[in-house]
Design a protein around this ligand. Structure first.
Ligand SMILES: O=c1ccn([C@H]2C[C@H](O)[C@@H](COP(=O)(O)OP(=O)(O)OP(=O)(O)O)O2)c(=O)[nH]1
Ligand SMILES: [Mg+2]
Length: 150
């Protein structure tokens, strides 16, 4: 059986997060306000909802690719993190990378929310990390194109 995502509607215009198609990973988030985002600027957009996540999960607030491609509007802190214990209103930080102002309309789907498992770990300090094939190589250490290409 599915886990339950409890949603509290904090505003008369708030809408339940919704999948566009059954089986979609993302639940679309709706704006309850109208707001202009100037080119190069970011705005905090209200969704009018608060949630209670299943135990040991988080919600990730991710951009919608259509808004990014057509309008250069994306989530500034993507993926935004909604902590399991957060009971405040979910808000979305949208940034406009376009050259023209972008108008967020009331009822517009502005982002999507993915519910993901969270590993619970204990932090433990150590002098010795287990050896691995990668070792300390990173930041392009394997090259840019094909693997093993000199
Ligand atoms: O896009 C986002 C990101 C976060 N939040 C809410 C839920 C989250 O649980 C809380 C804190 O977010 P985060 O930990 O990313 O921000 P912080 O700057 O570390 O704030 P805090 O000190 O409150 O943890 O803010 C949102 O509503 N939208
Ligand atoms: Mg934090």
């Amino acid at each position: 059986m599915d886990d339950v995502l409890k949603v509290k509607l904090l505003h008369p215009d708030a809408q339940l997060p919704q999948r566009a198609n059954p089986g979609d990973a993302g639940l679309d988030l709706y704006s309850i306000e109208e707001k202009n985002i100037a080119p190069g600027e970011a705005e905090l957009i209200r969704t009018g909802i608060a949630i209670e996540l299943p135990r040991r999960t988080e919600a990730q607030v991710r951009p919608r690719s259509g808004l990014a491609l057509k309008h250069r509007v994306t989530v500034l802190n993507s993926p935004g993190t909604i902590d399991e214990g957060y009971r405040g209103e979910i808000k979305v930080i949208l940034i406009n990378f376009g050259k023209t102002p972008f108008k967020v309309e009331k009822g517009m789907r502005i982002a999507q929310m993915i519910i993901a498992p969270v590993m619970s770990v204990t932090v433990s300090v150590t002098e010795q990390l287990a050896e691995s094939e990668r070792g300390e190589g990173g930041f392009g250490s394997t090259g840019i194109t094909k693997i093993n290409e000199k």
